[in-house]
Design a binder for this molecule. Sequence first.
Ligand SMILES: Nc1nc2c(c(=O)[nH]1)N=C([C@H](O)[C@H](O)COP(=O)(O)OP(=O)(O)OP(=O)(O)O)CN2
Ligand SMILES: [Zn+2]
Length: 147
Amino acid sequence: MYTLKTNGHFDAAHFLKGYAGKCANLHGHHWTVTVEIQGETLRTDEQHRGMLVDFGDLKADLKAVCDSFDHRLIYEDGSLSEAALKVLTEEGFSGRAIPVRPTAENLAKRFCDEMAAKGYDVRRVEVYETPNNMAAYEPDQKNERDH
Ligand SMILES: Nc1nc2c(c(=O)[nH]1)N=C([C@H](O)[C@H](O)COP(=O)(O)OP(=O)(O)OP(=O)(O)O)CN2
Ligand SMILES: [Zn+2]
């Protein structure tokens, strides 16, 4: 099994609705995301010979997902009133609603799902909210799923 790892980053605000503590308030992070993919077979075409995936392609695909969150307010569906959403829109602020609370854990799963949707066999995703705080998500491994 071969594995490749790359990372991306984005800056975004979030808040944890219902959290008893400072993280309930709107605040921002420089988020760092590490994605590890896997595969058994290396490419044989001249351009990609000996590669599982071109790092450039992997990095570009991860960047596209990061960019969809970059400089946005990430919020859980239903966690902001219609009035608040209207004001944010009128002010020209960009939000990114997700169906789950925007914790590092949920974002790790989200990145895993979005990279899998791009065709990658994802082994592990790590999301760093801060240099010290990281959550990881590892999907069930294919060979375990197949047996
Ligand atoms: N398991 C999780 N716990 C927490 C999450 C999370 O996503 N998963 N998120 C938060 C908050 O978003 C918060 O930003 C993190 O705050 P904190 O742990 O206080 O981190 P700091 O580095 O900002 O801490 P300082 O010591 O104040 O520098 C909370 N928990
Ligand atoms: Zn936070």
